[in-house]
Write a protein that binds this ligand. Structure first.
Ligand SMILES: NC(=O)c1ccc[n+]([C@@H]2O[C@H](COP(=O)([O-])OP(=O)(O)OC[C@H]3O[C@@H](n4cnc5c(N)ncnc54)[C@H](OP(=O)(O)O)[C@@H]3O)[C@@H](O)[C@H]2O)c1
Length: 279
């Protein structure tokens, strides 16, 4: 690796660490919070989510195919958020250790990774961020035969695991920085209570999140990523995203700022989905 590039990466890491060092660790009793295990948590999106949830007071387990890589990622996370209890494990042990498990590996390794961890997932929520991009035409929607990566994961794992898909349209780079995230999160999964939980986690990580319906609807969020890639290219903007607009009889504009309002009830804000849909 050229020295200049290495220096650039180190400088970027220092910038990120400075950025988060000035944020106060959320005052909360960590013992009361669940453990979030992030499989492939050494990568871009996993790192960003780990930083955000660590700052929100969750216990974090970073999963990797190799313990050493996970340990390095934990060292970086601890430098950013020293108060966060964080552990390194290989993916199967990480999945077993998490109350909630997050899958953040490239689409082509989604099923093979799930195969190695499925024993640790029974009865849990699995948050799947997979976008099934097919290089080189990543700006063209190419969903898998199952309909979506989320549906593929749910079919593979069976009903004992609550697969919930989210974060497909959020740039990892933004998650790592101390910046407001304008892109909303569409949350799909077959169990409403599981979606509620993921909406809460997204909000605690600084994003607005919405019930997007059953796991089949994950296709829409996954496909949107290719659309956003096209928008980034053709309109020369970085990190385009999506926002939901509308009026709620209870809450007014859908685009109200949650930090200035009473904290929204997960799943009930911005229209009450229970009035319009079952699980
Ligand atoms: N990057 C984004 O902005 C973004 C945004 C939305 C959604 N996503 C989705 O998030 C997922 C992760 O994206 P990313 O950009 O974070 O990916 P990434 O950095 O390229 O990879 C994430 C991790 O996947 C693991 N991995 C790599 N090859 C593997 C293999 N053969 N088998 C098992 N694990 C392997 C690696 O962990 P170890 O080597 O430690 O095992 C790696 O650190 C993807 O499905 C992507 O579509 C990404």
């Amino acid at each position: 690796m050229p020295g200049g590039f290495r220096h650039g990466v180190r400088a970027a890491n220092r910038r990120i660490m400075r950025c988060f060092a000035v944020l106060a660790f959320k005052e909360t009793n960590v013992a009361d919070r669940e453990t979030i295990a992030i499989l492939g948590g050494t990568g871009d999106l996993g790192t960003g989510l780990a930083i955000r949830w660590a700052k929100a007071g969750y216990r974090i387990v970073i999963g990797s195919r190799t313990l050493e890589k996970a340990q390095n990622a934990v060292a970086n996370l601890t430098a950013i958020s020293p108060e966060t209890p964080a552990e390194a494990k290989v993916n199967p042990a990480a999945a077993a250790a998490g109350d909630i498990v997050v899958l953040t590996v490239p689409a082509e390794h989604q099923t093979s990774t799930l195969q190695t961890v499925r024993a640790g997932l029974a009865g849990k929520i699995l948050i799947d961020v997979t976008v099934p991009l097919v290089p080189p035409r990543v700006g063209t929607v190419q969903l898998p035969p199952e309909g979506s990566a989320g549906k593929r994961a749910q079919d593979f794992l069976g009903d004992d695991v609550m697969v919930v898909t989210a974060f497909q349209n959020v740039a990892a780079h933004l998650l790592k920085e101390d910046v407001a995230i304008e892109c909303d999160v569409l949350v799909a999964g077959n169990k409403r209570a599981a979606r509620d939980k993921v909406i809460q986690l997204a909000e605690q990580a600084g994003m607005r999140a919405w019930h997007a319906g059953p796991i089949e609807n994950s296709a829409a969020a996954e496909a949107l990523t290719s659309v956003l890639i096209q928008i980034n290219r053709r309109h020369e903007i970085s990190h385009s995203g999506v926002q939901i607009v509308g009026q709620s009889p209870q809450r007014g504009s859908a685009r109200g700022n949650p930090s200035q309002e009473e904290s929204p009830q997960p799943g009930s804000a911005r229209g009450n989905p229970s009035q319009t849909q079952a699980d």
